[in-house]
Design a protein around this ligand. Structure first.
Ligand code: SF4
Length: 400
């Protein structure tokens, strides 16, 4: 039975290509982000603290020394720090503070009996199913009231809301695992230690919520197993992805970055992009210019209409061009379904001219009124329902 971890499922949802590279092609990369490095060291310190708790309470200074020793021994030059203004030591100090806060909050660490530390679990998603799941639980505790507790340390700097932890899949999936492996775990509490905030958040799951989760995860596994394309999906997480050289949205960037700056212009892809960018910027500049000229033309057009009306002319002469200003009444009938529209239609029928404008389209009505086709009293009555607005056309004729 293939087994899926929650991080594996999450990877597929984030980027199917990264999923394929890690879990299908099994291409190993050892690049490590400083946040993950810090998280690992914190988890190790906690594991040791609770292991020792069976014999003694480790003093804080000894715990910090354990953490710093592991940090120094495991640190390597490939640990990636994305925030250029930060150093490894900044993160080490941050980890120290997490440990100090946690220690003070939970000392003397007797809130229950430890059932498992960094416990690897494997379990079927449901009885008789073909879906298998696996995961590592930071700490499983038996609380004094008999409840099982699933503890998870989070060293990230984003504070979740209660709704986030109530919908979190990871610990809920672990609950399914714990209740499958230890059926006496009737009552289970899910507990997150948000050590960057010295905060603890808790949640519970109903049997119905766990059933819904089983269905969602089974559906996701079906999607993974049916996937053929494994398309890349760009997101903020790309910054932590070690597969840029194999990813179609990143590999050309890697290639260009690897070239000396003075050779960039000769690289064929760079040349294409530079040429395109230049024309695109030029086009954007021209479009802005066209828009500005159109605005100016509108203003001059309004001035030409005012001038033509005031002077009673239809053609205005210029130095080497003429402007023709023609005005025409435009009739607007009341909108369909309105009371005015129905009254107008009744009026047209009563006057016996309804057939001429049959569907009462504006242009038929406009033509009938403009042609003076109907008796003056009919026209007068109809005018009560329609709007007559003058529309102008201003056309330029250049002198040849
Ligand atoms: S760089 Fe981004 S898009 Fe490409 S594989 Fe990695 S996560 Fe996916």
């Amino acid at each position: 039975m293939p087994e899926y971890s929650i991080s594996q499922l999450g990877t597929f949802e984030e980027c199917a290509l990264q999923y394929r590279l890690i879990y299908v092609d099994r291409i190993k990369r050892y690049e490590e982000g400083v946040e993950a490095f810090l998280g690992q060291r914190f988890h190790e310190a906690m594991e040791w603290l609770y292991q020792e708790r069976a014999f003694r309470v480790v003093p804080l200074e000894e715990l910090l020394a354990y953490y710093e020793k592991a940090w120094a021994e495991k640190w390597h030059d490939e640990v990636k720090i994305n925030r250029k203004e930060r150093t490894g030591d900044d993160y080490k100090l941050m980890g120290r503070r997490f440990i100090e806060d946690y220690y003070k909050r939970h000392h003397p660490f007797d809130e229950g009996r430890v059932l498992g530390l960094e416990r690897y679990i494997r379990f079927p998603l449901a009885e008789g199913t073909r879906y298998g799941c696996k995961g590592i639980i930071d700490r499983i505790m038996l609380a004094p009231d008999g409840a099982f507790e699933i503890h998870d340390y989070k060293t990230g700097s984003k504070l979740p809301e209660q709704a986030d932890v109530d919908e979190d899949r990871q610990l809920a999936l672990y609950q399914i695992g714990v209740q499958t492996l230890w059926p006496e775990a009737k009552e289970v509490r899910l507990i997150w230690h948000l050590v960057a905030f010295d905060l603890e958040m808790r949640s519970r799951r109903t049997p119905e919520a766990l059933e819904g989760l089983r269905k969602d995860i089974a559906g996701l596994i079906d999607r993974i197993e049916a996937e053929r394309e494994f398309a890349p999906h760009e997101s903020a997480l790309c910054n932590w992805c070690p597969y840029w050289d194999l990813c179609p949205v990143k590999k050309h960037l890697v290639k260009v970055e690897g070239l000396p700056r003075d050779q960039w212009k000769d690289e064929p892809g760079v040349a294409i992009v530079d040429a395109y960018a230049e024309r695109w910027r030029k086009k954007r500049g021209l479009e802005a210019e066209v828009k500005a000229v159109e605005g100016e033309l509108d203003e001059i057009r309004d001035a030409a209409i005012s001038f033509a009306e005031k002077e009673g002319v239809q053609v205005i002469g210029g130095t080497d061009a003429r402007l023709r200003v023609t005005g025409k009444d435009r009739i607007t009938a009341p909108s369909k379904g309105s009371e005015e529209r129905e009254a107008l239609e009744r009026e047209l029928r009563a006057a016996g001219v309804w057939e001429e404008v049959a569907t009462l389209d504006a242009s038929a009505l406009e033509k009938a009124v403009a042609d003076g086709r109907w008796a003056p009293d009919v026209l007068e009555r109809i005018k009560a329902y329609i709007t007559i607005e003058k529309r102008y056309a201003v056309t330029l004729k250049e002198e040849s």
